[in-house]
Design a protein around this ligand. Structure first.
Ligand code: FO1
Length: 340
């Protein structure tokens, strides 16, 4: 197969690991002779975690992807920069500016200051991401799902009082321990996909759903008007990778999110939640972990062709093997249904 045009929908931490693996795989499978790849990879990133804090625009999932692909991420914490310091955040806390429980490291602040300066010059977020990414040879194109501000808020009840928290407050201050009654995408009605998104989906040879949070990462990307429709229309096979392994949320508190929308924390339930493309859903194929082999039959009979492969992304090589499996499944599906 000639070098494919691949679009990946991704959130932060799990998405970043997966995309690093995909990049490693395409560099090996379609090398360009200069250490890169002839494959064209576009990553459509979730922007629902984004917020204004201390006068700066923070974009957590885009930053997780940027830093991980640049190789400058803090692999221990899973977010932020390696070799970080926190002198400025100590000053902000002393002035009572920002959130004391939401640490903005010094290097990280460099990114937020640069982004905010470019936004204030009038650049749309997708152009800002292009400018910030140009500093490193990422090997993929990072694109926000939308240039519009659409923030995920969480409806909770704290001390018996209904409250509407920004996702980051729910996720970091409460560690998602306060039950979420619902997730809102504030401003989503008037949001549009970022300019590169729809053309990339229309021209894709393969679309992949990264093993990211199906509610507040993949779900929020799908919530941007026009994106779900473009997925249903694209000729490309759509293959998803389960973020749930053996009934437990691999990273973060995906189960707290799934519970809020009434979906069980299982690879089969999430596959069913995304739905079979043949039945108006998104998936032409679904990858589950070998520990979830038992669900393959159930999913197949629900119209979702499923393969069980090792899904723990404990290093780039493991992630690359998962990406390879997803692309192989896409090839098989394309061979079976030439229209896709
Ligand atoms: N996560 C934490 O658990 N604690 C923090 O103090 C924190 C600060 C932070 C600052 C900037 C940023 O881009 C991300 C940050 N995160 C922090 C991670 C963030 O909650 C996650 O990256 C995503 O929003 C969820 O996947």
């Amino acid at each position: 197969m000639p070098a494919p045009r691949i679009v990946v929908l991704a959130g932060g931490v799990g998405g970043a690991k997966f995309v690093r693996g995909l990049r490693r795989h395409v560099r090996a499978a379609w090398p360009d002779g200069a250490g890169g790849s002839d494959a064209d990879v576009t990553v459509v990133a979730n922007t629902g975690d984004d917020l204004w804090l201390a006068g700066l625009r923070i974009t957590p999932d885009l930053d997780s992807l940027l830093y991980a692909l640049a190789g400058v991420n803090d692999t221990h914490r899973g977010w932020g920069r390696a070799g970080e310091s926190e002198r400025v955040s100590g000053e902000l806390a002393a002035y009572g500016v920002g959130w004391p429980w939401f640490t903005l490291g010094d290097l990280d602040l460099g990114t937020h200051i640069a982004r905010t300066a470019l936004l204030k010059q009038g650049l749309p977020l997708s152009a800002v991401v292009e400018r910030l990414s140009a500093r490193w040879p990422l090997g993929v194109r990072l694109v926000p799902a939308t240039d519009d501000e659409v923030e995920t808020h969480v409806l909770v009840e704290e001390d018996g009082v209904p409250r509407d928290l920004h996702f980051e407050e729910w996720w970091v201050r409460t560690r998602a321990k306060v039950p979420a009654h619902a997730f809102l995408q504030v401003g989503v009605e008037t949001a549009r996909p970022a300019p590169p998104v729809l053309p990339a989906l229309a021209e894709a040879d393969v679309v992949l759903l990264a093993p990211s949070n199906p509610v507040v990462s993949i779900g929020t990307i799908l919530g941007i008007p026009g994106i779900r429709e473009a997925l249903l229309e694209t000729a490309a096979p759509i293959v998803g990778v389960s973020p749930i392994i053996g009934g437990s949320a691999v990273r973060g508190m995906a189960d707290a999110c799934l519970r809020a929308i009434g979906v069980q924390t299982s690879a089969a339930a999430v596959g069913g939640h995304y739905g079979a493309r043949s039945d108006g859903g998104l998936l032409d194929g679904w990858l589950v972990d070998t520990s979830d082999e038992a669900s393959v039959g159930e999913l197949a009979s629900a119209g979702v062709p499923t393969s069980a492969v090792p899904l723990w992304m404990h290093d780039d090589e493991a992630s690359a093997a998962i990406a390879a499996e997803a692309l192989t499944m896409a090839d098989r599906l394309r061979a079976r249904a030439p229209s896709r």
